[in-house]
Structures are given as structure tokens and as C-alpha cells.
Write a protein that binds this ligand. Structure first.
Ligand SMILES: Nc1ncnc2c1ncn2[C@@H]1O[C@H](COP(=O)(O)OP(=O)(O)OP(=O)(O)O)[C@@H](O)[C@H]1O
Ligand code: SF4
Ligand SMILES: [Mg+2]
Length: 325
């Protein structure tokens, strides 16, 4: 097994109170190796964005904070690095494309200029920054990169903005790219095209990619491994092939059944199960999926399962072996 490049270990994130904290992310471990593409999938509120923001120490603090856990970049504990090193890591070694791209662009500055500023902040000379900006805007498949370079954000479509954000993230040749699916639900086709593009660029650099999405279908053929999150926890980890062929958590199975073209008649399987995801700060004992789970039994109400090895590289936080479903 290749050593992890980014290793998120047992991270707990909570709303910090005077006495203790209300945990939202509850012991998440996710790691990626160089050159690996990892999909992180889960419904709204499952803790995907908070986990990713914690990597770069960008949680809205207060009230949020990492209560426990470690985040290692090539063995270096990111919680302990000084401000100078943190600036070098942010946008340099680990680049993030944020869920709300408009909020990370300056509306009053040409987008090309903003990419140049990022490069200069990471040590490029003005000339190199300008050349590299032209190069990356070309690489991300924009039809007229020169026009885009001298455009203001509001002059571009959602899909173009997303490409600009990817260009900005890739400009510094990061070792890790974290892309959080935009809230303005981008066309699935555009998401797939962008992920394909990242894949082709990644082949040259060995960058590790974490791709956060609601839609399992988007990552289906494009990532090596998938992590499924539910109620602030990882409930399944598997290779993409295994996950699709043999899901080992009932929630993953439901997500798969809700995809079009997977033998299920329509996309509302999760609604057929009924209910919505629970508030992670108000969980009782037991498995947080039990109220929606068709296989729940007595034990499921008593204790929350940890990830259990289900073979073939699959791990699931479920008491029941898939053969018992
Ligand atoms: N600043 C905050 N203060 C309190 N709670 C917060 C804060 N930010 C997020 N949360 C809560 O934490 C939970 C997880 O949020 P997070 O943004 O990580 O979810 P997500 O999986 O990224 O969802 P989405 O798919 O909608 O982006 C949500 O229930 C959210 O309401
Ligand atoms: S532990 Fe029980 S309730 Fe939870 S997913 Fe498994 S079978 Fe369903
Ligand atoms: Mg999010």
C-alpha cells in the first residue's frame, strides 16, 4: 500500500461550548496517496465541507473547532505548523476549490489578475505568474482563455467560474487538490468534464485529488476510491469498483439505487426509505441511519457500529453483513 500523502486521522469537529462541545464531525479518518483520486459522497449536512475546511484550518472559529484528531501532510502535523508554513501549505501544497466559488473571487478584479496574485503570494515573479496564468487558463478547457483572463467574475457563467477556480487551484502545482462541489448544483455533465480534466492533468503531476460531491454518479468511473459520509461519520470506504458492485452499507445501497440507469426505476429511493438525515449534534445511541434503514434490528438502536472490514477492501459501519440483508 502506498503511504498516505494527506492523512486525516480520527478528526472530531464540534461547536465549542463553555463546557464541552456539540460534535458535528465524529471521528472521521480519510487518507489519500499520491496520484490517488478519492470521491467523498454524502447528503447535505453530513460534514463533508467541515472536514475539508479543517485540513487547512479554515473552520469558522469560533464557534467551530477541531476537538480531537490529527491531520498529517506527508507526516507533518498541520495543527502544529506556524503561520508562515500554513500560508505556504494553503493554496500552495494543498489547493482547495470552495463550495461557493463566488465568495472566493474578488468581484472587482479580473480573474487572470487574481490567479497571478495567488502565484505571486507563493513566490512567483510577475513574469512567471503571468505566463503560468495563461497556461492554466488554457489547460482547463475554456474556449477563449484570453478573454476569460481579462473578465470580471460576473461576466462568466457558473461552469466557466468553476473552471477558473480549478485553474487557480492548479496554478501552484499543488500536491493535493480538494474540490468541494459548488452549491449552485452545476450540471452533472460539467462536473464530470471538470473531473475528467483534472484526471488528465493529474496523470502528469501525481497530485492527489479529493472530490466532494452529493452525486455518486459523478464520480462513478472517475475516482479510484470512495468514502461515504453520513451524520458526521464515514459509513463506508471502498474501491469504486467494489462500492458499485457490492455496497456493504445500506445507505450506500440506497444511494446507488437512487442513481439513474442502475436498474432502479427512479431517483427517489432515499425518499422511499423515508426521513431525512439526523442532526449530528442530537443523536441518541445506536446507528444514526436506523430510522431510514430497512434492515434495522434491535442491536442497531443500542450501539453505533465502527467501521467493520467486509473484505475486498470494503469497510462499513453497519452491524449486518450484506449477506444478511
Ligand atoms: N458555522 C457553523 N456553526 C454551526 N453549525 C455549522 C456551521 N457550519 C456548518 N454547520 C453544520 O454542520 C453540519 C455539517 O456541515 P457541512 O457544511 O460540513 O455539510 P456538507 O456535508 O458539506 O453539506 P453540503 O452537501 O450541503 O455542502 C451541518 O449540519 C451544518 O448545519
Ligand atoms: S447498523 Fe443497523 S440500522 Fe445501521 S445501517 Fe446497519 S442494519 Fe441499518
Ligand atoms: Mg458542503
Amino acid at each position: 500500500m502506498t503511504a498516505a500523502l494527506l492523512d486525516i486521522r480520527d478528526v472530531h469537529i464540534g461547536i465549542i461550548r463553555r463546557h464541552g462541545s456539540d460534535e458535528i464531525v465524529r471521528g472521521v479518518s480519510i487518507s489519500v496517496a499520491p496520484g490517488e483520486k478519492l470521491g467523498i459522497v454524502g447528503e447535505s449536512g453530513s460534514g463533508k465541507t467541515l472536514t475539508m475546511l479543517s485540513v487547512l484550518r479554515l473552520l469558522a472559529s469560533p464557534p467551530l473547532g477541531v476537538v480531537k484528531g490529527e491531520i498529517l501532510l506527508d507526516g507533518e502535523d498541520l495543527a502544529r505548523v506556524d503561520a508562515k508554513r500554513l500560508r505556504a501549505v494553503r493554496g500552495g501544497e494543498i489547493a482547495m476549490v470552495y463550495q461557493d466559488p463566488m465568495s472566493s473571487l474578488n468581484p472587482l478584479m479580473h480573474v487572470g489578475k487574481q490567479i497571478e496574485e495567488t502565484l505571486k503570494a507563493h513566490g512567483s515573479s510577475p513574469l512567471v505568474a503571468s505566463d503560468r496564468t495563461r497556461e492554466v487558463l488554457g489547460q482547463v478547457g475554456l474556449a477563449d482563455p484570453e478573454r476569460v483572463r481579462t473578465s470580471f467574475p460576473h461576466q462568466l457563467s457558473g461552469g466557466m467560474i468553476q473552471r477558473v477556480m480549478i485553474a487557480m487551484a492548479l496554478a501552484t502545482s499543488p500536491r493535493v487538490l480538494i474540490a468541494d462541489e459548488p452549491t449552485t448544483a452545476l450540471d452533472v455533465t460539467i462536473q464530470r468534464q471538470i473531473l475528467e480534466l483534472v484526471t488528465s492533468l493529474q496523470a502528469e503531476t501525481g497530485m492527489a485529488v479529493l472530490w466532494v460531491t452529493h452525486d455518486l454518479g459523478v464520480v462513478a468511473s472517475l475516482v479510484d476510491n470512495v468514502v461515504v459520509m453520513y451524520a458526521g461519520r464515514v459509513v463506508e470506504k471502498a474501491t469504486t469498483t467494489q462500492l458499485f458492485a457490492r455496497p456493504t452499507h445500506p445507505y450506500t445501497k440506497a444511494l446507488l439505487q437512487s442513481l439513474p440507469g442502475t436498474g432502479s426505476s427512479h431517483r427517489s429511493a432515499l425518499h422511499q426509505i423515508g426521513g431525512t438525515p439526523p442532526d449530528p449534534t442530537r443523536l441518541g445511541p445506536g446507528c444514526p441511519f436506523r430510522v431510514r434503514c430497512p434492515y434495522a434490528e434491535e442491536k442497531c438502536a443500542q450501539a453505533e457500529p465502527e467501521l467493520i472490514d467486509r473484505g475486498e477492501g470494503s469497510f462499513a459501519a453497519c452491524w449486518k453483513d450484506p449477506s444478511q440483508w
